[in-house]
Design a protein around this ligand. Structure first.
Ligand SMILES: *Cc1c(COP(=O)(O)O)cnc(C)c1O
Length: 455
């Protein structure tokens, strides 16, 4: 066999550092101590074009080479030229908080996953939620939100927004007619999660979008209403709200996109016009995703999302069926169950990338009791038994992990909402949120069965 003729680029010396110190003898003219900081400087090993895995970046600031290039970097930042595809840009990197390669590559991939034009990542899911709402609202505006929300999003809207004189109306958006009745000339945002945390109620994105679009055609561009959907529970594998008419999607990357529960992060996906505003918001409010967390999501989280969620979802279906047939459980909310109240809506809006029904990995179930107090009491007993004895189910907040997690929203994640309000908003005193992991289904069933036998 003859040797294949591999073209060699080695002949032509490319000085990737592009610096002109050739007349200096670096090793002789400078002290060893200083030399330890700069190293060889003219390294020929500076090749980032042939990695299979994108290199992790760890540079808070970037070498600008010339005043002109530095000036151009500042001109280009958050200055998208209309019609220019964001993923095709070659940025001049200046400083991490403005942008750097790991976050930028992750953002391109997240935008693709969610069928959006642009994505900007943030330090946490809450960083993303507050940025999406932050660029869309000003004093005097109104936000309409579903009555049930992730606890901290609820607090953002009830504790902080009144201080900014932004009015927030909470409605039951599972009935879209309620929205039609409530929109006013000051409404700028319709905000919701679907499936709703923690009850797994669903909101019809297409129906909401139809109402908002009919309203927007009457309005000037600057007064239009944007629909923002928190897609953390479903993940883009199970549902892509922008395809169904939403304008923005927010994510906690801490959950199933990160997937392994090691890093906190968030993302906003939206139309191209929002990209510059989101970048400016992140630059000035400062909730910037760390490069290491971006790299983990880019290299481990996103590439394994489909495989993980597909498996979790299959297990969740079996667990949901087991729970719904159990005499000590009064109700199971899982979009994949045929008897689930909103199953037809689930079938319409929750699909994987190939169009298969994708009801996700989250389950909400209620422990039966003689009355609400008894139900709560038994629920707590169940959770304590699981915390003490189960090998495959961990009592912990968060979700979308490779490990199965359970929590009691009434006393934990949604404790900020008073008891009577909780019931009105659909949280049962004995309600449990279960996030299915990658364990074998029989092992999870065994742990659940053992605990249920003892309550
Ligand atoms: C966890 C979560 C958030 C907040 O994300 P963090 O990364 O913890 O800031 C927002 N929305 C939903 C639905 C969540 O589950």
């Amino acid at each position: 066999m003859t040797k294949p003729n591999i073209p060699r680029a080695g002949k032509k010396k490319i000085n990737h550092m592009n610096r002109n110190h050739s007349e200096k003898n670096l090793e002789k003219d400078y002290s060893t101590e200083t030399h330890l900081i700069y190293g060889k400087f003219y390294t020929e090993k500076w090749d980032y074009s042939h990695h299979l895995v994108p290199p992790i970046t760890a540079s808070a600031t970037f070498r600008l080479e010339s005043a002109q290039r530095g000036a151009q970097g500042f001109i280009d930042f958050a200055h998208t030229i209309e019609g220019e595809e964001i993923s095709k840009q070659t940025p001049i990197y200046i400083y991490d908080r403005l942008g750097e390669p790991n976050k930028d590559i992750l953002e391109d991939n997240l935008a693709l996953a969610e069928s959006g034009d642009a994505c900007v990542t943030f330090a946490s899911g809450m960083g993303a939620v507050s940025a999406a709402l932050g660029i869309l609202t000003a004093p005097g505006d109104q936000v309409i939100s579903h009555k049930m929300l992730y606890g901290c999003t609820y607090e953002l809207l009830t504790l902080w927004y009144p201080r900014y004189r932004i009015d927030v109306k909470f409605l039951d958006l599972t009935d879209p007619k309620n929205l039609e009745r409530t929109i006013t000339s000051t409404t700028r945002v319709v905000y919701f999660e679907t499936p709703v945390n923690p009850t797994l109620d669903l909101i019809d994105i297409e129906a909401i979008s139809k109402i908002v679009k009919a309203e927007n055609i009457k309005r000037r561009k600057q007064n239009r209403i944007s629909i923002v959907v928190d897609n953390t529970f479903a993940t883009p594998f199970c549902q892509r709200p922008i395809e169904l008419g939403a304008d923005f999607v927010v994510h906690s990357l801490t959950k199933n996109i990160g997937g392994f529960g090691t890093d906190v992060g968030g993302a906003v996906v939206g139309p191209s016009w929002s990209h510059d505003r989101l970048l400016l918001y992140r630059k000035d409010f400062g909730a910037v995703l760390s490069t290491r967390n971006a790299w983990n999501a880019l290299v481990y989280g996103l590439p394994t999302l489909a495989t993980r969620v597909r498996q979790q979802q299959e297990t969740a279906g079996e667990i949901a069926r087991f729970l719904s047939g159990h005499p000590k459980i009064s109700r199971v909310n899982y979009p994949g169950l045929e008897e689930f109240r909103q199953h037809p809506l689930a079938k319409r809006q929750m699909h994987d990338f190939d169009g298969n029904f994708a009801p996700g990995s989250m389950i909400y179930f209620v422990v039966k009791g003689r009355n609400p107090d008894d139900s709560k009491c038994r629920g707590e007993k169940l959770i304590n038994l699981l915390a003490k004895n189960a090998y495959t189910i961990t009592l912990a907040v968060s979700l979308g992990n490779i490990r199965t997690l359970i929590e009691h929203p009434g006393s934990m994640t949604h404790a900020a909402i008073p008891g009577a309000e909780q019931i009105k908003k659909g949280i049962d005193p004995g309600g449990m949120r279960l996030s299915i992991g990658l364990e074998k289904v029989d092992d999870i069933l065994r742990d659940l069965q053992e605990a249920l036998n003892q309550i």
